[in-house]
Each structure stands twice: as C-alpha cells, then as structure tokens.
Design a protein around this ligand. Structure first.
Ligand SMILES: [Zn+2]
Length: 109
C-alpha cells in the first residue's frame, strides 16, 4: 500500500448527488423567477418581494454548488483533504461535517 491515500470515491458520489439536487432546486427557482407577474398590483408587489427572497435563496444555492464543485476538483486532482494553509491532513470527521472545508480545524479557527 502506498502512502496514506484516502479513498474519497463515496464522498465524491455524495457530493455529485448534492450538486445535482442543488442544480435542480436552482433551476426551479429560476423558472419561478421568469414566470409572468400577476396583473393585480398588490399581487405584483408581493411577487416582487418573493422574487427577491428567491434570488437570495438562489445565490446561497449557487455558492454551495460552487464550493462543492471546487471540492470535487480537489478530489480529482488529489489535493482534497489537505489544508490549504498549513498543508496538514484535514481530519476526516471535519470533512464529514463540512465536505467543502479547505482548511484544517486549527487554521479555520
Ligand atoms: Zn491547517
């Protein structure tokens, strides 16, 4: 056995599933945002407020998708699980709780 390479295959699968879920939700939100505004003025005002809330949710989803995409890239190029600051291995329990973590617990603190 060479080195201490951790197998992240199962994690990568989980991350891809999460990414697909986020993309689906984001798509539904964008469809909703593109929907025609109601003719009634009061309805329009509440729809605009809803749209703003949806845009915020969408931004959060996109940010998470971006982090997961970056984590998948790191799994592919073999840098996943290594602290980007000190180069130490990030504890598996930390990655379990926060798969997109790029720093070990000490550096993140
Ligand atoms: Zn570190």
């Amino acid at each position: 056995m060479e080195g201490m390479m951790t197998d992240y295959t199962a994690l990568a699968e989980r991350l891809r599933a999460r990414l697909a879920e986020l993309a689906g939700r984001s798509e539904r939100i964008e469809d909703d945002l593109r929907g025609a505004l109601d003719a009634d003025y009061a309805e329009q005002a509440s729809e605009i407020a809803d749209d703003e809330a949806l845009e915020e949710v969408d931004a959060v989803l996109q940010a998470e998708a971006g982090q997961i995409g970056a984590a998948l890239m790191r799994i592919e190029n073999g840098t996943y699980g290594t602290c980007g600051n000190c180069g130490e291995t990030i504890a598996p329990a930390r990655l379990e709780a926060e798969p997109a973590a790029t720093r070990c617990i000490k550096c993140a603190a």
